[in-house]
Write a protein that binds this ligand. Structure first.
Ligand code: SAH
Length: 364
């Protein structure tokens, strides 16, 4: 069915931009394109195509979520990790960082401060840290659930068993973020040690959905060895999983990793992918990430204008923020939560949107 749209016969006599526009229209209509068409879109995009995609993405987002931007309070509660993802600054083998853990009371204090600032979602993110047994996690989740009954709880703590996920859900967690990182097996293997597998990560994602979590996958833009073919596969995977959330941000090298000398992902490609994801998965909750804000001083605003509808400022205690360094140069490590909150409100307002006090659930 797509072959005809893809052929030169269809597009031969049009302006170059017209073909891209038609592909974007098809993507909007069908929610998917064949892999080659995605590659074509990603390889051939012009400034005009980027602007057109962003405009459609914003119109679609506005239709579903209005001018509202959801905020999530990110609590980075441990930087210990048993894994050794080659790109990540908190990988097990990095002996140059000071490790830390937050206890239940400290986490609850972050939530309390966040609640006063209008946050109604708390995201607990960390390395895969065996210190936090299922019992400890369940205790923390239940405490947040009891103290903040009108808030959503999101977990981002990596690969666990079905049984653990089920118990976290029953304890009161609502959402789970687990980026698939790349949907190509060979690429996955070049970014991770051999004890990790894409198959297992994808299984986890399917299990999370089955259990009933609002589930988020995602990937880094411009990660080492990534080409448009891998990105096309990422988009196809997103379509097949149909997640409630998608997290993407530019890859940024970390000096203590083997990828220290690699190039970072670009602003333009990240923005274009945000637009494609919005056009494709119309209702998806799509953050303008901290990594995006790190590579461009107005990254968050630009992310919103490209189709994002979520921002996740940091609620971690100031003393630990710099220690949760997945990549170099992370922004907003020096500010208090309240400062971040108001800075963000102004940024969002500057592009015609408003931060709302809301759990910000997926609108299906
Ligand atoms: N342990 C959790 C949380 C991982 S950190 C888990 O496994 O899901 C959250 C995300 O940060 C990762 O999924 C990865 O996509 C991103 N990340 C890690 N290192 C990065 C880097 N150098 N540049 C940009 N993003 C990075």
């Amino acid at each position: 069915m797509f072959g005809s749209f893809n052929s030169d016969a269809e597009f031969g006599r049009r302006e170059p931009g017209m073909k891209m526009q038609s592909l974007l229209e098809l993507l909007e209509r069908d929610g998917i394109l064949p892999e080659e068409a995605f590659v074509e879109l990603l390889s051939g995009r012009s400034k005009e195509d980027e602007a057109y995609a962003a405009k459609r993405a914003r119109e679609i987002g506005d239709c579903i979520y209005g001018k509202q931007i959801y905020i999530r309070g990110l609590i980075e509660f441990t930087n210990y990790c048993k894994n050794n993802c080659y790109y990540c600054g908190i990988q097990r083998e990095n002996s140059h960082i000071q490790r830390y853990r937050l206890g239940k009371e400290e986490i609850l204090l972050c939530c309390e401060e966040g609640y006063k600032l209008g946050f109604r979602t708390f995201v607990l993110q960390g390395g895969e840290d065996p210190y936090y047994t299922d019992e400890k996690m369940i205790d923390i989740i239940k405490a947040i659930r009891n103290n903040f009954p009108d808030c959503a709880i999101t977990l981002s703590i990596g690969e666990k068993s079905y049984d653990s996920y089920q118990r976290f859900y029953e304890a009161g967690a609502d959402r789970y973020l687990l980026r698939h990182e790349t949907a190509d097996v060979a690429h996955y293997q070049r970014l991770h040690p051999k004890e990790m597998s894409l198959e297992h990560r994808m299984d986890c994602l399917r299990q999370l959905k089955e259990i009933g979590f609002q589930t988020g996958c995602g990937f880094m833009v411009g990660s080492p060895f990534q080409t448009n073919k891998e990105l096309a596969k990422d988009l196809l995977f997103i379509h097949s999983l149909h997640p409630e959330m998608v997290g993407i941000g530019p890859f940024i090298p970390h000096k203590e990793t083997r990828f220290a000398k690699e190039k970072q992902g670009t602003l333009e490609q990240t923005l274009f992918l945000l637009s494609l994801i919005r056009i494709m998965e119309k209702n998806v909750l799509l953050p303008a990430t901290t990594a995006l804000a790190t590579i461009d001083p107005r990254g968050r605003e630009k992310g919103i204008l490209a189709g994002a509808n979520v921002v996740m400022p940091n609620l971690s205690p100031k003393a630990v923020r710099e220690k949760y360094a997945l990549y170099d140069g992370k922004v907003c490590t020096g500010e208090e939560a309240a400062e971040c909150r108001f800075c963000l409100e102004n940024r969002v307002r500057s592009v015609g949107y408003e931060v709302v006090v809301d759990r910000g659930d997926y609108k299906g």
